[in-house]
Design a protein around this ligand. Structure first.
Ligand code: SAM
Length: 265
């Protein structure tokens, strides 16, 4: 089958499966099979596709597996991060946390990223501010492995620690602590694409998603230097609760939803 035949057929099947950007995703799947970019797919309708390989990927997407896990990567802040089912797929909303951290009007030398997952936050901060000493922790060893790989591939030198929040950081102090912790309430409704495929430890927290913020708020002062800052991603209904825990300010994302809390000590 040629690309010109396969793309419309695959687009139709993905639409039937409820995939919103079905044409784009069909093109990206075909590009992945051919090891080419999307422009090539768009400009070479006559090229033959390995139908068996393409069918396998198409069926995975039809069963709601996220495209990023099928392709094995996702763009974040203009860079490509490898993702596996052990890590949360980096979200565009998290770029607000990055922008906020980069624009803080305070001197920063040491930074800690709690719950680094793919390493997208820590790696981006290090590459944007090479003079920062960036540390990153995660409770998941499998996630840390992916984060280490991403940091190495992208040329970011980061200190990684396997740690339950601050447990592996005794005696360390940071000028800035950032985190996009799990913040979804266990009972919240989620698309199958998220609930059935992304790691539960990256998504869910007790107490309507607030538990990790509460745990961090109990001890973070012991790990911040005087005048240090916290920048936390939050769920859109959590602004008041999390700002209350950290005495911070709530920032909105491009969609107008509460998305980040900034706190200072
Ligand atoms: C929402 S994901 C964020 C991943 C990545 N920072 C991002 O923004 O895409 C939360 C991460 O926190 C980690 N995590 C959950 N509980 C933790 C804990 N108690 N201590 C350290 N990391 C934890 C999870 O393994 C997951 O990688």
């Amino acid at each position: 089958m040629t690309l010109g035949e396969w793309i419309p057929a695959a687009t139709e099947r993905l639409t039937q499966a409820g995939v919103t950007s079905s044409r784009l995703e069909a093109q990206l799947l075909a590009a992945h099979v051919l090891l080419v970019d999307r422009t090539y797919v768009l400009t070479h309708p006559e090229v033959e596709l390995n139908e068996l390989a393409a069918e396998g990927l198409l069926q995975r997407r039809e069963s709601q597996e996220p495209l990023a896990y099928i392709l094995g990567h996702r763009e974040f802040f203009g860079r490509r991060f490898r993702v596996t089912p052990s890590v949360l797929i980096p979200r565009q909303e998290t770029e607000l946390l990055i922008e906020t951290a980069l624009e803080l009007m305070v001197p920063v030398k040491r930074v800690l990223d709690i719950g680094t997952g793919s390493g997208c936050i820590a790696t981006t901060l290090k590459l944007e501010r090479p003079d920062w000493d960036v540390w990153a922790v995660d409770i998941s060893g499998a996630a840390l492995q992916v984060a280490r790989e991403n940091a190495e591939t992208l040329g970011a030198e980061i200190t990684f620690r396997h740690s339950d929040l601050f447990s592996g950081l005794a005696g360390e102090r940071f000028d800035l602590i950032v985190s996009n912790p799990p913040y979804i309430g266990v009972e919240e409704e989620l698309p199958v694409e998220v609930r059935s495929f992304e790691p539960g430890t990256a998504l869910f927290a007790e107490n309507r998603g607030l538990r990790i913020y509460e745990l961090i708020s109990e001890v973070y002062r012991d790990y911040l230097t005087p005048g240090g800052s916290m920048v936390l991603e939050i769920g859109q209904t959590q602004g008041e609760a999390v700002a209350g825990l950290f005495g911070g300010e709530v920032l909105k994302d491009l969609s107008g939803n509460d998305r980040v809390v900034v706190g200072r000590v």
